[in-house]
Design a protein around this ligand. Structure first.
Ligand SMILES: *[C@@H]1O[C@H](CO)[C@@H](O)[C@H](O)[C@H]1NC(C)=O
Ligand SMILES: *[C@@H]1O[C@H](CO)[C@@H](O)[C@H](O)[C@H]1NC(C)=O
Ligand SMILES: *[C@@H]1O[C@H](CO)[C@@H](O)[C@H](O)[C@H]1NC(C)=O
Ligand SMILES: *[C@@H]1O[C@H](CO)[C@@H](O)[C@H](O)[C@H]1NC(C)=O
Ligand SMILES: [Zn+2]
Ligand SMILES: [Zn+2]
Length: 603
């Protein structure tokens, strides 16, 4: 998760603090617009600008996603464009990296976006990308930059991200219903976010993007102190917790492992190629030592340095290139893969393997759809030719009547995934819906389901994606993993078990490992005949009538942590859950409307 926006906006200065904010105060917007325009022309800040900036609730909106309803997106897009255009102009007029960095730091501190060291760290590691993009792309405009950074606000620049993939017609294979007569298991784990700097006893109220760090304050009292096994606030996974999880995990039987990304912690203000490499090697070694079966792993947004940024290869400065990560993972994951798959990783971090006859696993690098990947400003058209490749692989699978599972880190559907990528991916899914029998995602740290529907018949569910939730608690959830039961004939997901442990109980006892328990099995908990898309659609319809099923889903989402029990899901929250489950492309709202209507009819 988490690629909250700060690092990008620290640099671009589009985040501003809410101190003294009066939402929609009349005149503030006009004054701000005037001040910024003056600033962008003269290079000098009018005296009223700092105060005016502080009066506008941009930080709440951009960093915490609060006040979204109360704000006018058009205004925010306009301010963003003026600011970014001013920066671009300054650079083009000869401002050096050092000067730009100092200016960014000034604003970051003025507006208290983060504390000084997080501001400095964030600017240090992101400045080079911004200047590279400005220096090497004459067409770069504020419109395009804000179109990406504020993708969820639908700024006009969003429409500049537009392309499509060629998909051959057809669909000759049929889908046979699974019988569950013969099954095998796959382990699905996700989002470990190993934290080598996790220190019990430090404060969990740290006001930085990641708490419980060795170089932060001690906890003021017990409730504010990080526990031995982890913490529900913004804290990642201590090694002892991962080791204890592994002890539990290896006691299960499974034929192979799916890992859906995010190895590196949320200490995003101080990542480096060296330190990310160290953590990726450590996890790869743990996988090699503890599993005697292959691991098929996808890359997460946190593996990159700076976090989120996957650059495309052409003409890229080697200091900005993501190639080190592809080289590293091709070598560390290579034992489990064919030479061909390794060669594909080197090209863009995606590959395919065939672990059983008639069955293919496709591992994608969906970090290139993540809007936090601001390299997309520079180049967004099907990065690495990945979707084009996906179509080729699916055509080949269809011809051989193979069944396919797709793994990726960032799921489609939310506004965090570039709309055009979501849309094109969805077109591919629809075309190959009878070949693809399962999708496995990560990134959200939530145990959740995403249903793909037929765009020409909105009552027809065609595919389902399962999220691996997370080993990390970041934030508010208990650590968990999934044991998938797969039909050996059709490769459909026949059932799965969600395993978890109660962090609060575990932290009472540092000496004994946490007690992991089976939280639920899907078939049993939801009383379904199968996990087919059509059955899941029926379940969703039942949920609109029996809201206790949504409550159960909500509890499971956080793996029965204290959060859902102390923060019940009201009507708005329940409808949002139904919409999240059924929205695979942000602009396709028909399912959200359909289920909201059913919910209202049954009130
Ligand atoms: C949003 O702001 C723009 C620019 O100030 C204005 O034209 C528009 O009417 C506003 N929309 C709403 C709904 O207030
Ligand atoms: C990398 O790790 C070393 C050793 O723990 C630490 O001193 C250094 O600050 C880290 N580098 C960065 C860029 O954070
Ligand atoms: C979607 O619906 C159309 C129209 O009913 C149908 O022709 C097509 O086969 C369906 N697609 C899938 C993947 O089921
Ligand atoms: C959820 O956790 C509580 C303790 O916090 C426990 O009593 C309960 O049995 C758990 N629920 C399930 C379904 O295991
Ligand atoms: Zn994550
Ligand atoms: Zn992630």
């Amino acid at each position: 998760m988490g690629g909250r926006i700060p690092c990008v906006c620290i640099f671009l200065m589009v985040c501003v603090s809410s101190y003294g904010s009066i939402i929609n105060a009349p005149g503030v917007f006009e004054l701000l617009k005037q001040g910024l325009t003056e600033y962008s022309i003269s290079g000098k800040q009018p005296s009223y600008l700092p105060y005016t900036l502080m009066s506008y609730p941009l930080q709440n909106i951009l960093r915490h996603q609060q006040d979204l309803e109360a704000t006018n997106n058009t205004e925010i897009c306009i301010l963003c464009e003026i600011l970014v255009n001013a920066l671009i102009l300054e650079r083009r007029n000869g401002m050096t990296d050092v000067e730009l960095g100092a200016e960014a730091l000034y604003f970051c501190n003025l507006l208290q976006i983060e504390n000084d060291r997080v501001c400095k760290g964030g600017i240090d590691i992101t400045l080079g990308i911004f200047t590279y993009m400005v220096d090497n792309n004459e067409k770069l405009t504020g419109e395009r930059v804000c179109g990406l950074l504020l993708h969820n606000m639908n700024c006009r620049g969003g429409s500049l991200f537009e392309w499509s993939v060629d998909i051959p017609e057809g669909n000759t294979v049929s889908r046979v219903k699974a019988s569950g007569t013969k099954t095998f298991n796959i382990l699905h784990i996700s989002d470990i976010h190993i934290d080598p700097y996790y220190t019990p006893g430090k404060t969990n109220n740290c006001k930085e993007p990641l708490c419980c760090q060795f170089d932060q304050d001690d906890g003021a009292n017990e409730a504010e102190s990080c526990g031995y096994w982890g913490d529900y606030t913004d804290a990642d996974t201590p090694i002892q917790t991962l080791n204890a999880a592994m002890d539990k995990i290896v006691a299960h039987n499974f034929d192979f492992v799916y890992y859906t990304g995010d190895i590196v912690s949320h200490r995003m203000w101080s990542t480096s190629v060296e330190n990310n490499t160290r953590d990726i090697i450590q996890i790869s070694n743990i996988f090699h030592d503890r599993f005697d079966v292959p691991v098929y792993a996808a890359l997460g947004n946190h593996e990159a340095h700076p976090f989120n940024v996957y650059t495309t290869p052409d003409e890229t400065d080697p200091t900005l290139s993501t190639q080190w990560l592809f080289d590293l993972t091709a070598s560390k994951w290579g034992d489990w893969l064919s030479e061909e798959a390794k060669a594909m990783i080197l090209k863009g971090g995606f590959y395919t393997v065939s672990p059983k006859n008639g069955f293919k696993v496709i591992v994608l690098n969906s970090n290139v759809c993540y809007t936090g990947n601001w390299w997309l400003i520079y180049e967004d058209k099907d990065p690495y030719g990945q979707l084009e490749w996906l179509v080729e692989v699916l055509v080949a699978a269809e011809e051989k009547e193979e069944k396919v599972h797709i793994l990726m880190h960032v799921p489609t559907g939310s506004s965090e995934c570039l709309r055009v990528w979501s849309r094109e991916y969805n077109r591919i899914i629809e075309r190959f819906a009878n070949t693809i029998v399962g999708h496995f995602n990560g990134h959200t740290h939530r145990d959740e389901v995403l249903v793909y529907y037929n765009s020409s018949d909105i009552t027809q569910a065609i595919n389902v994606a399962w999220n691996g939730a997370s080993i990390t608690t970041y934030s508010l959830g208990n650590p968990s993993y999934k044991l998938l039961e797969i039909d050996a004939e059709t490769f459909d997901v026949w059932d799965f078990e969600e395993w978890t442990m109660d962090l609060e109980t575990a932290n009472l006892d540092a000496k004994n490992p946490p007690a992991w328990y089976k939280l639920y099995s899907f078939r049993e908990a939801y009383n379904v005949d199968s996990l087919d898309p059509s059955e899941i659609d029926l379940l969703l319809q039942r949920m609109t009538k029996d809201h206790s099923l949504i409550d159960q889903y909500y509890t499971f989402k956080f793996r029965n942590s204290t959060y859902p029990n102390t923060n019940p899901c009201d009507e708005t929250c329940q409808k949002k859950i139904l919409c999240d489950i059924t929205t695979a492309v942000p602009t396709h709202t028909d399912q959200c409307e359909r289920f909201s209507r059913l919910y209202d009819e049954n009130k």
